[in-house]
Design a protein around this ligand. Structure first.
Ligand SMILES: Cc1cc2nc3c(=O)[nH]c(=O)nc-3n(C[C@H](O)[C@H](O)[C@H](O)COP(=O)(O)OP(=O)(O)OC[C@H]3O[C@@H](n4cnc5c(N)ncnc54)[C@H](O)[C@@H]3O)c2cc1C
Length: 413
């Protein structure tokens, strides 16, 4: 039986949500289109979030955070993303880039880096993907070679979100090419390390205000103190543990994207008049709004349940995290598409806000593991768990077939 657990919201978590809503309405909503057009980052909103200590919510108290967990992170990312999904991901990637240190770092690494992140003094990035290694994250080619006490990291990473703003970059590199299970290690690279640079700022369909970069590690030299966990070969494990905890964040970005698009479409439908009445009076528009609302609400509670499970340290979080990511991001694309439909021709215009939600939504189905990969993860876990469902065999008949002396027929049911 699937374990049941409580979802409850602490006063602190609800206060983070409220504060995120204030920042969203004051700094994000009025400026989202401008930053999208210029591909410029909303530094003012980030500073407001840093001043409000929001970059420490997922960081344990002993390392300068508030220890309010992944659920608080999800609530904040949802609010930010309602107003500007691009800011939602820029914020969430600070968690993605720092969680490897939380789950795998040594005491010294946690004490050195996490308080800087929590104080909003160091932005983070997560550099796993490469040009030829996306879904197949195990197939990396960036190399880290040890000589004496020094590791030298060489190679390029593709699509590093926050790359040009980050001070701490978690970089995954091959340290043992012969090993199947312990091939990869994770390193903490600082933006000031000689050899680290930005090669290209990507020109994107959506989430245009967050910088996504090709990052270069041209002979970056670091000591063992930068090898996450201090032992080589744990990088793949750390990356998978990190993605389990970070996926509620990207799923929350999707819920926020859907919720923002739904709210905009509802307000617009009440304002827009055709045939002498507000279009919100037409049953077909009402039916679309009702479906959009149901899908968004279902995604929201799946995300909260996942975040609560992640905070509870539940072992089986991988499957539900994949479900939340896949379901919520599919919902965001569907809801944003329908919201454009409700805006009609104006929905297609870039001076109206809704086209941006449509463009911003698409990437959600691709990054932090494509939705095909999430479905693979879900199905694999389901099939594995079905080993515990032997009691169903009592109601599934076993067929037999006579061969009458010919080749015996093998049962396949
Ligand atoms: C804007 C943006 C920001 C990003 N940010 C980051 C970041 O901060 N850090 C980072 O490390 N990466 C980041 N990424 C990379 C992202 O995670 C990858 O793009 C994603 O994992 C998919 O990899 P790929 O693009 O190489 O696609 P591919 O792996 O080449 O996949 C192409 C298609 O094949 C499908 N496919 C692949 N394998 C299978 C399979 N086994 N079964 C069925 N279908 C399959 C995929 O689902 C997809 O539809 C970002 C990407 C983008 C575009």
């Amino acid at each position: 039986m699937n374990p049941l657990f409580n979802i409850s919201f602490s006063d602190a978590q609800l206060a983070w949500r409220e504060k995120a809503h204030e920042i969203a309405v004051k700094y994000l909503l009025p400026n989202a289109l401008k930053h999208d057009k210029d591909s410029s980052f909303n530094e003012e909103a980030f500073q407001a979030a840093a001043d409000a200590s929001m970059l420490g919510v997922w960081i344990p108290k002993e390392y300068g955070g508030s220890g309010d967990g992944i659920l608080a992170l999800a609530l904040m990312v949802e609010e930010f993303s309602k107003a500007d999904p691009a800011f939602g991901v820029a914020f969430a990637v600070n968690a993605l880039g720092s969680i490897p240190i939380i789950v795998g770092g040594t005491e010294e690494q946690k004490a050195k880096y996490l308080p800087r992140v929590a104080a909003g003094k160091a932005a983070c990035a997560f550099a796993l993907s490469e040009k030829f290694a996306g879904s197949d994250a195990g197939g990396l080619s960036v190399r880290a070679i040890k000589d004496g006490d020094t590791w030298t990291i060489r190679g390029e990473k593709k699509w590093t979100t926050n790359g040009s703003r980050a001070n701490i970059i978690t970089c995954f590199a091959v340290t043992d090419p012969e090993s199947r299970s312990r091939r990869i290690s994770a390193f903490i690279v600082e933006d000031t390390d000689p050899g680290f640079s930005i090669k290209k700022l990507e020109d994107k369909m959506g989430i245009r205000s967050v910088p996504v970069c090709e990052t270069v590690f041209d002979g970056v030299q670091v000591g063992d103190d930068r090898l996450i966990g201090g032992t080589p070969g744990l990088g793949f494990k750390h990356s998978m543990m990190t993605l389990d905890l970070a996926r509620p964040g990207v799923a929350a970005q999707a819920v926020g994207t859907a919720a923002g698009a739904l709210e905009l479409a509802t307000v617009y439908a009440g304002r827009r008049k055709q045939f002498g009445q507000a279009i919100s009076g037409f049953q077909m528009i009402q039916s679309m709004l009702a479906d959009m609302a149901q899908q968004t609400e279902a995604a929201r509670w799946l995300v909260y349940a996942t975040a609560a499970q992640a905070d509870a340290g539940h072992k089986g979080v991988t499957k539900i995290a994949a479900m939340a990511k896949c379901f919520a991001t599919d919902v965001a694309v569907k809801v944003a598409t329908d919201a454009v439909q409700i805006f009609g021709g104006y929905g297609f215009m870039e001076d109206y806000p809704i086209a941006k939600y449509y463009r911003d939504a698409k990437i959600l189905q691709i990054y932090e593991g494509t939705n095909q990969v999430q479905r693979m993860v879900i199905a694999r876990n389901l099939i594995k768990e079905s080993g515990d469902l032997d009691y169903y065999n009592q109601v599934i008949p076993t067929e037999t077939q006579e061969s009458f002396g010919a080749e015996p027929v093998t049962a396949n049911v």
